[in-house]
Unconditional design. Structure first.
Length: 211
């Protein structure tokens, strides 16, 4: 267990370190391109945050869907693809002036940032999945909850207990105490008395349940 935890946290640290360096380089490339194409000043420095922030936001939505075993929203998939395409494009533009090799070198930090961020999401999803699987394996050993699920079940439990004590609740008592209709109270009483195989006599004034 400790070995697994050490491995996981080492992987997380490595992924975060690479992602942080790649994000800084990608950010600088994006600022150069954006400010050189009509968005100088503060807007030019904030623009890259919109691009990479879109990747982070969409990935978090996908992570939330995975953790809850739900189908991911189509919009989040489209926005993730758009964010990845935009950050790769702006980094390629930053190096394309130096030829194909320059474009590849400039695009690599963006690819590294996206890849590391997605690796981090995979680690989080895997951790959540293992925790859920562990809970599923422990479930059969759990002690069943004694809490009744509805009024009829509560009435069944109470009638069995009072029958065992020799003083079973009457049909009217069941209806009043548990808010049952007459038909529900009759069904509960018939079921419990059937379980007792007719060994308990009916209360005075009540009609015996039909077999």
């Amino acid at each position: 267990m400790n070995g697994d935890r050490l491995t996981r946290w080492t992987a997380v640290a490595a992924v975060l370190a690479v992602a942080a360096v790649a994000a800084v380089i990608s950010y600088r490339h994006a600022v150069l391109v954006v400010t050189g194409h009509g968005e100088p000043g503060m807007v030019g420095h904030l623009y890259p945050v919109v691009i990479d922030g879109l990747i982070v936001a969409a990935s978090m939505v996908l992570l939330d869907s995975a953790r809850h075993r739900e189908k991911p929203p189509v919009l989040s998939l489209w926005l993730l693809g758009a964010g990845i395409g935009a950050t790769l494009a702006v980094n390629v533009l930053a190096g394309v002036g130096y030829g194909p090799l320059g474009a590849i070198v400039a695009a690599w930090p963006a690819a590294g940032f996206v890849g590391c961020y997605e690796l981090l999401m995979m680690l989080v999803r895997a951790s959540a999945r293992r925790a859920g699987d562990g809970g599923a394996r422990r479930a059969p050993d759990a002690v069943p909850s004694p809490v009744p699920t509805d009024a009829e079940n509560a009435a069944l439990i109470a009638l069995r207990a009072t029958l065992a004590a020799g003083n079973p609740l009457s049909q009217n008592q069941l209806a009043e105490r548990f808010g049952l209709t007459r038909a529900q109270a009759t069904k509960v009483r018939s079921a419990v008395l059937a379980e007792a195989n007719g060994r308990h006599p009916e209360d005075p004034g009540e009609t015996a349940p039909e077999n």
